[in-house]
Design a protein around this ligand. Structure first.
Ligand code: NAD
Ligand code: USQ
Length: 396
């Protein structure tokens, strides 16, 4: 089985590429290394010492004997090259991680908003158009986000992509299933809701086989493969734009920086460990929709947690202090979140829980590389609007 992993140099893409290679897939990574350039722009680096793509691929060959291909290409700008690549390699599947994925980065300035929209929507549209143009029946699995649902669902168990509604017709009430109404909380999350419309269109118009994985916040760093050699180590973002909440708290606890809870910390979010991410992608590739099916949507998350509860759990285990800081984001202070994830459970996913994995992560990764941290990059400084920017200034 042959697979293209778009965005395969990133935090989720690299361990996925290794996992699929270890499982016997013939893997080619496509990436334009834009994430490494954004590190240069933000003057920050992964807490873990990630190697160049050439070193990574060589290390994998040394460790496993497996070959992973690499093509440096901007998906969304080089349509002819992308069509040619798909025709040449004739992959069974494409996994699409190649987007700008940080909500705070997408809200930094007008330029960052435009970049995120251009990059993400063009990447998805080019990929879909290229698959059609290739004439091949390639299954596309896209990494989407739980954030497309919004966080104001008031106790509703969030279904997997589609909502059953009752509509009034001339013959009385009738049931229908519609795409869950999108409610994005950032420009980044908005691009994922637009991706969803592109998927609906191409699945219906061109019979493309598409799976959209609505993933929660990924935590952890290492997988079975990235652990095998330090040259294979995965990225660990901790800065105020790219660091996600749980990994930030783990790193902050390791370096003695107070845990930065935004506002009351009543925000509830969905989480998944990186090891489960790579397993879920493999399960999705092995269980594609049939030609003519609607877009298959799965909620790729394993636990819902409130931010202040996460902080309390880590403080309890490590003795870290907790600071409630002004929230740079325009978001609800308190929300509940109940999510259906029956499809992955039915496919056999046995999730890694926070209770099991947290301390390994603090000791193995965060403490080990603590001396690489630039504490000046920890605060979240990208504000969602003027009011939030003023709140940050008042606090400073
Ligand atoms: P990342 O930024 O670490 O990786 C993305 C990779 O894609 C980078 O290597 C980047 O260089 C590449 N890329 C971006 N735009 C590209 C383009 N136009 N052409 C070619 N390469 C391009 O992000 P990640 O954390 O690995 O996330 C991957 C995907 O998973 C994203 O689409 C994101 O929305 C989704 N996701 C991530 C998380 C998370 O917590 N990290 C949670 C839910 C969903
Ligand atoms: N938060 C804090 N303190 C911090 C950092 C964040 O309280 O120091 C809060 C935020 O205000 C927010 C929550 O934690 O309420 C989550 O923030 P995050 O940065 O961990 O996650 P988010 O911005 O939602 O984005 C991440 C990934 C994105 C993915 C998304 C999945 O960067 O690619 O799509 O998680 S989800 O959240 O389910 O939409």
């Amino acid at each position: 089985m042959r697979v293209l992993v778009l965005g395969g140099d990133g935090f989720c893409g690299w361990p996925t590429a290794l996992h699929l290679s270890a499982e016997g897939w013939d893997v080619t990574i496509v990436d334009n290394l834009s994430r490494r350039n954004i590190d240069n722009e933000l003057e920050v680096q992964s807490l873990t010492p990630i190697r160049t793509m050439g070193e990574r691929i060589k290390a994998w060959k040394d460790v496993s004997g497996g070959d992973i291909g690499f093509v440096n290409m901007t998906v969304g700008k080089e349509l002819d090259r992308l069509v040619a690549l798909i025709r040449d390699l004739a992959p069974d599947s494409v996994v699409h991680f190649a987007e700008q994925r940080a909500a705070p980065y997408s809200m930094k300035s007008a330029r960052h908003k435009l970049y995120t929209v251009d990059n993400n929507i063009n990447a998805t549209n080019h990929l879909l158009a290229a698959i059609v143009e290739s004439g091949l029946d390639v299954h596309l699995a896209h990494l989407g986000t739980m954030g497309v649902y919004g966080y104001g669902t008031a106790g509703l168990r969030i279904p997997e992509g589609y909502l059953k509604v009752t509509v009034e017709t001339d013959n009385g009430p009738a049931e229908q299933e519609i795409l869950f109404p999108p409610n994005p909380g950032s420009i980044y999350h908005m691009t994922k809701t637009q991706d969803a419309l592109l998927f609906q269109f191409y699945a219906r118009n061109d019979n493309l086989r598409i799976t959209d994985l609505h993933q929660g916040i990924v935590w952890g760093t290492q997988t079975e493969q990235t652990k095998q050699d330090e040259r294979l180590i995965n990225r660990f973002d901790y800065d105020g734009d790219y660091g996600t909440v749980l990994n930030r708290f783990l790193m902050q606890a390791a370096v003695g920086y107070p845990l930065t809870v935004h506002g009351s910390g009543g925000q509830t979010r969905a989480f998944i460990h990186i090891q489960d991410t790579v397993r879920c992608v493999e399960l999705a590739l092995k269980n594609p929709p049939k030609r003519g099916d609607r877009v298959k949507i799965l909620n790729q998350m394993t636990e819902s947690r409130r931010v202040r509860d996460l902080a309390a759990m880590i403080a309890d285990k490590t003795g870290a202090e907790i600071h409630n800081v002004a929230n740079p984001r325009q978001e609800a202070d308190e929300n509940d979140l109940v999510v259906a994830n029956d499809q992955f459970r039915d496919l056999g996913l046995k999730p890694i829980t926070l209770a099991q994995g947290l301390m390994d992560e603090v000791t193995d990764i965060a403490r080990r590389y603590a001396d690489r941290a630039d504490l000046g990059r920890v605060p979240c400084v990208s504000a969602w609007n003027q009011r939030r920017a003023e709140a940050l200034e008042n606090e400073a």
